[in-house]
Design a protein around this ligand. Structure first.
Ligand SMILES: N[C@@H](CCC(=O)N[C@@H](CS)C(=O)NCC(=O)O)C(=O)O
Length: 239
């Protein structure tokens, strides 16, 4: 049995099975990228639910794994050289899992780097911009009631980024072509999330991006991706 005692996070969230990947997450657009990838890859893993209410993500145990104090993070007991490894930043975790398995990335090197470009596009653009849109449109709406500029700025940036995706997806099934990759997994929870978490569908104008909407439906129609989008589930008593 793998010894994970070098990872302080396992004191607060003990591993029932330390031989499988430990996932510390919550079903948010960044969090579910990892559970979706794990489900698509069929890798065994143990999810631990990190609650924002009590600020679990800022506890010393969590920060020992992710100094940035944000979900998701993982421990892979069988990392490089067969040694346990901790990872944070959803894009880095996706890339690690793809390289570990040789799946969810194209085998062709040029296509592989194209996939990496789109993962970076999500990490540097779609995630932060749609996230700020949601902040000003939904969560801090009262604080900016007298100033529409922040919401408009991020709404317009969200529109622009969806326009970039629309052009890419117009003649492609998936972001980089025929293969479902970590680029799709990085992007689709954000497009879905800006609608279901922030209620941004109309104000961003999702109807203007039919190819993106069709692609989102295709992503959501995949049973493994569908399953991963709700993990870690709430304990039955809390539901
Ligand atoms: N760039 C990071 C962003 C992670 C992130 O912002 N996670 C959010 C949930 S989607 C979070 O943990 N928020 C809690 C907080 O800010 O305290 C990643 O992709 O992993």
């Amino acid at each position: 049995m793998t010894d994970l005692s070098a990872f302080p996070i396992t004191r607060k969230w003990p591993a029932k099975n330390p031989d499988i990947i430990q996932l510390y997450s919550l079903p948010t657009p960044n969090g579910v990228k990892v559970s979706i990838a794990l489900e698509e890859l069929g890798l065994p893993y143990e999810p631990h639910r990190i609650e924002f209410g009590p600020n679990d993500q800022k506890t010393p145990e969590f920060v020992s794994l992710n100094p940035n104090g944000r979900i998701p993070a993982i421990i892979d007991p069988h990392g490089p050289g067969g040694q346990p490894i901790g990872l944070f930043e959803s894009g880095a975790i996706l890339w690690y899992l793809a390289e570990k398995t040789g799946k969810l990335i194209p085998a062709d090197p040029a296509k592989k780097y194209e996939t990496l470009c789109w993962v970076m596009f999500q990490m540097g653009g779609v995630g932060p911009m749609l996230g700020q849109f949601g902040h000003f449109y939904k969560f801090a709406a009262e604080k900016v009631a007298n100033n529409s500029y922040p919401m408009e700025r991020y709404r317009d940036e969200a529109k622009r980024l969806l326009g970039v995706m629309e052009a890419q997806l117009k003649d492609r099934q998936w972001i980089v072509g025929d293969t479902y990759t970590v680029a799709d997994i990085a992007l689709f929870p954000w497009v879905r999330g800006a609608d279901i978490f922030y209620g941004g569908r109309d104000v961003i104008g999702y109807g203007d991006f039919p190819a993106v909407m069709d692609w989102l439906d295709r992503c959501m129609a995949r049973p493994a991706s569908q399953k991963g989008i709700d993990i870690p589930v709430k304990a039955p008593a809390e539901a």
